[in-house]
Design a protein around this ligand. Structure first.
Ligand SMILES: Nc1ncnc2c1ncn2[C@@H]1O[C@H](COP(=O)(O)OP(=O)(O)O)[C@@H](O)[C@H]1O
Ligand SMILES: [Mg+2]
Length: 228
């Protein structure tokens, strides 16, 4: 469903030039669960941002359902991302002044108020937070805030979820609860590409892609042998 071909990303020029990605190709099929690992600065976030259209490559192609999206204008890209791709960040990126329910409602711009509320509540229930709907982010634990962020990511029913160090700000036990949720979403047929530093978290994925100096240096298939 999503493919990147011979992607390179260069930041800066001259003495400040950084090659963040160097000729990277990767396919994400329906139902894939890929963990991207590698040292700090190896290009993991850059890769995820290019897959999700948050950043554009210096060269190479990004294809979504066999259509090129790397050369689309901003508006067309926003439209595609809203329909198919959801992002989950390490820092949750919730709006502090809004309740959990209001945060989840944010992307739901196109349906009536009552329907919206019900849908957002259903999704909060799905992530185990129906009792926290009226709480603000500051009243929630890190794991709960990430669940709200995941609920917000799910409202538009994405087929691909991109997560950059989604458990980076929590203890491992809470991280594993978040991964159990990702595992369920993956079993529903959603594809997941997740950046992580933690080998125990990466074990939940079906495949591990290892980046080093902007290049894929290893691909490890974990199907059959992983935790889930
Ligand atoms: N906006 C930017 N401007 C300049 N250099 C950048 C920018 N974003 C990332 N880089 C550089 O690109 C490399 C890869 O960064 P990144 O993808 O964030 O790595 P990772 O997520 O693996 O830690 C690093 O050397 C980083 O300093
Ligand atoms: Mg990063």
């Amino acid at each position: 469903m999503l493919e990147i071909k011979n992607i390179s990303k260069v930041y800066g020029a001259g003495t400040t030039k950084v090659v963040a990605l160097n000729n990277v190709s990767l396919r994400v099929n329906k139902g894939d669960f890929i963990a991207v690992m590698g040292p700090s600065g190896s290009g993991k976030s850059t890769l995820l941002n290019i897959i999700g259209g948050l950043d554009s490559p210096s060269s190479g192609e990004v294809l979504l359902d066999a259509k090129r999206i790397d050369n689309l204008d901003e508006n067309a890209l926003v439209e595609i991302r809203r329909e198919k791709i959801a992002y989950v960040f390490q820092e949750y990126h919730l709006i502090p002044s809004l309740t959990a329910l209001e945060n989840v409602l944010l992307p739901l711009t196109f349906c009536g108020a009552n329907k919206k509320d019900q849908k957002a509540l259903d999704i909060l229930k799905r992530v185990g937070l129906e009792k926290r709907a009226e709480h603000k982010p500051s009243q929630l634990s890190g794991g709960e805030q990430q669940r709200v962020a995941i609920a917000r990511a799910l409202v538009n029913d994405p087929s691909l979820i991109l997560a950059d160090e989604p458990t980076g700000n929590m203890d491992r036990k809470t991280g594993k609860e978040i991964l159990a949720l990702f595992d369920q979403l993956n079993r529903e047929g959603r594809s997941i590409v997740m950046v992580t530093h933690d080998p125990e978290i990466a074990e939940y994925a079906k495949e591990i892609v290892v980046l080093q100096d902007g290049q894929i240096v290893d691909k490890i298939n974990q199907e059959g042998g992983n935790k889930c």
